[in-house]
Design a binder for this molecule. Structure first.
Ligand code: SF4
Length: 315
């Protein structure tokens, strides 16, 4: 059996995105979320009207985020919001809500430029769908990346097309892969978002997705467990067809994550393991655990097993 050695520095048993960030920037950095008023082709009728069945952008939008406010105001209010808690010195403007590369190029450019003109902003993080990365926007982000930190977060969610169809994702895994290959080697950090526990997924299919995606030219992955949220199409589906869902118990999810970590590419940094929608929004599962608590549990299991990210990775 393959038994690879640990390849990254740091105390964690996995390649921790946070440690990279501390090395990459000399100052303390915090992401400040922005709702720039983008929409999404999976909601406005271009791809579909209903959106992904699990989608509820309100569940993660901080109170200060409001598209009626300018980008600069949202950044200022976000900085006030975080300052007391984290004492960050510089910020990354996080275009988070909906699809932040979708729309007229001139408007998109003006929004990115306004964010980067803020004296405390040192870079951009842009969340989007893989079918929304138009070449003109990608070229502009490449240009910005020559002077600033620029990251794109692609919602890939799964490599299993049956699961993507079941949640009305509106694009295939193959398209996501193509877009990632088109984004690579441009000086842009590429992050991928994956959801574990979509309908039609099995333990093997989730493991396979994570391993496959970790072999793409990406920098980091955010994992989430599926949470059924209020005011979503999934809420209705879950009530009418609970048999289509097997929501994770935390212990089972921990075990799945251990297996994924052991078999995925050790070069890919892991940024998150769980979703933490406010409990008022959540139908289930409700674990009531913070990301750092989950990370400590996971790290302790890996240590107890004398294991680490990529120990059994087959490149
Ligand atoms: S792509 Fe994102 S914003 Fe659009 S419907 Fe799906 S989850 Fe919501």
């Amino acid at each position: 059996m393959i038994d690879n050695k640990k390849t990254w520095e740091g105390n964690r048993q996995f390649n921790d995105f946070g440690s990279y960030f501390k090395k990459r920037f000399t100052e303390r950095i915090q992401k400040v979320a922005i709702d720039a008023g983008f929409t999404c082709p999976n909601r406005d009728g271009t791809v579909s009207i209903g959106g992904c069945t699990y989608c509820n952008n309100n569940s993660f939008n901080p109170a200060y985020c409001n598209p009626k406010k300018t980008i600069s105001t949202q950044i200022d209010e976000g900085i006030d919001f975080f300052y007391a808690k984290y004492k960050a010195q510089k910020y990354l403007a996080y275009f988070q809500a909906y699809s932040n590369t979708y729309g007229e190029f001139d408007k998109i450019k003006a929004l990115y430029d306004e964010a980067l003109s803020h004296p405390k902003v040192v870079g951009l993080v842009v969340a989007t769908r893989p079918d929304c990365m138009y070449q003109i926007v990608l070229d502009y982000l490449e240009k910005l990346a020559k002077k600033h930190y620029v990251a794109i977060e692609y919602g890939v969610e799964s490599a299993n097309n049956k699961a993507l169809e079941a949640v009305n994702r509106g694009h295939s895994y193959e398209l996501a892969e193509e877009t990632i290959l088109r984004t690579a080697n441009k000086g842009i950090n590429i992050g991928v978002h994956l959801i574990n526990g979509l309908p039609y997924e099995t333990k093997d299919s989730m493991l396979e997705s994570a391993i496959k995606i970790s072999k793409l030219p990406i920098d980091s992955i955010k994992f989430h467990q599926l949470q059924v949220l209020k005011n979503t199409a999934m809420e209705t589906e879950y009530k009418n067809h609970p048999e289509r869902f097997s929501l994770f118990h935390m212990e089972d999810y921990l075990n799945l994550m251990v297996d994924i970590i052991e078999q995925m590419n050790p070069n890919i940094m892991i940024e998150r393991f769980i979703n933490q929608a406010p409990l008022d929004w959540v139908i289930g599962p409700k674990w009531g655990i913070k990301n750092y608590e989950f990370v400590n549990k996971l790290d302790n299991i890996l240590k107890a097993r004398n294991s680490w990210q990529g120990k059994y990775f087959k490149g």
